[in-house]
Write a protein that binds this ligand. Structure first.
Ligand code: 13P
Ligand code: SF4
Length: 325
């Protein structure tokens, strides 16, 4: 019987996954010569099987340096896309192609092109949480761990557009004393932490320190003991003498915090709605089972035009040069 590739894939995916997904994924990793890169916001099982877990900068560095043939990216689309921009000849797999990012979506290319045209003398520094099209229109990419460091390296007299996250942009303005023209984007996870509930938690846990990602709103950041990228927050909770932390970022990171500091207590900061924690709906689309099927079927994979890739590559390379490890 004749079966199309799509029908064949559907047939394969309706098959039962193996009982031991961990073992099956390890076997596929050897077969494909693959590396699994995962962000801290992934579910604990994915973090536990990953070869490397990190923040966006660490993941980009790993992607730039790997000699694997296949990169399995357990994160969101812009992260896997960055890996593909750096590795045009490698197969880059994302377990669920719908794993997008509200921040990247908040900066559509056409509107951004008009914004850029309205500020012709400005240099464009874009947060890595944006599409390849926005990267292609940017001069330098940054992440939450190097944004301040990168803006400090740009001459004082050079005007700058910072996109797409207004909260990280505002934080960079405070830290550098620079006046940046901000694109008004935001992240649905970090903008919904409740200042009121964080203050209530501080009252009931007076010994606790508040850890916050710079994508949070200023009302939350002003209560933070420490502000940083996911990796920076993880490192801080290990060296701090505090034993309790209120964590104002996606709660997936608490899995690593608990592993690195098992004697300490981590409380996820609650959002404004009735939930107790604030998971990223995009990051959580990836599951261990989808990761298995992606490796088994070598799909879904990241693709893009060579023209966009080459234009997006330059500002990423500039970032890597401006923030040596
Ligand atoms: P980090 O680079 O700090 O891990 O941030 C990634 C992200 O998407 C935060 O929402
Ligand atoms: Fe995007 Fe926010 Fe999810 Fe990070 S947490 S991937 S910025 S939607």
């Amino acid at each position: 019987m004749f079966t199309t590739a799509l029908a064949q894939r559907k047939l394969t995916q309706t098959a039962e996954p193996p009982l031991d997904l961990f073992e099956a994924i390890q076997a596929l990793k050897r077969e494909l010569n693959a590396i699994i890169l995962a962000h801290y916001y992934q579910e604990p099982d994915i973090q536990d099987i990953a070869d490397y877990i990190g923040d966006s900068l660490g993941l980009s560095r790993q992607a730039a340096n790997t000699d694997a043939d296949v990169i399995v990216f357990a994160g969101v689309h812009f992260m896997a896309e960055t890996a593909k921009i750096l590795n045009p000849n490698k197969l880059v797999l994302l377990p669920d192609l719908a794993a997008g990012c509200s921040l990247a979506d908040s900066c559509p290319p056409e509107a951004f092109a008009a914004f850029k045209a309205a500020h012709p003398d400005h240099l464009v520094v874009s947060y890595i949480n944006c599409t390849a099209e926005i990267k292609a229109m940017s001069d330098i990419i940054c992440t939450s761990s190097n944004a301040v460091q990168i803006v400090r390296q740009i001459p004082e007299e050079q005007p700058i557009i910072f996109a797409p996250d207004r909260n990280l942009g505002r934080y960079v303005m405070e830290q550098t004393g620079r006046n940046l023209v901000l694109w008004q984007g935001s992240c649905i996870v970090h903008e919904t932490f409740s200042e009121k509930k964080i203050v209530q938690l501080k009252i009931s846990h007076p010994e606790a320190e508040v850890l916050a990602h710079p994508e949070c709103e200023p009302a939350v950041l002003r209560h933070a003991t420490y502000i940083g990228s996911t990796t920076a927050l993880l490192n801080y909770c290990q060296r701090s003498s505090a034993s309790t932390f209120i964590v104002a970022t996606e709660p997936g990171i608490i899995h690593q915090m608990q592993k690195e500091a098992p004697q300490k207590h981590f409380i996820p900061a609650p959002p404004m709605n009735s939930c107790n924690c604030n998971e990223c709906p995009y990051m959580r689309l990836n599951t261990l089972e989808k990761l298995y099927w992606a490796m088994k079927n070598r799909t879904p994979q990241i693709t893009m035009s060579e023209e966009i890739r080459l234009a997006a590559l330059q500002p990423i390379q500039r970032m890597l040069e401006m923030s040596p490890s």
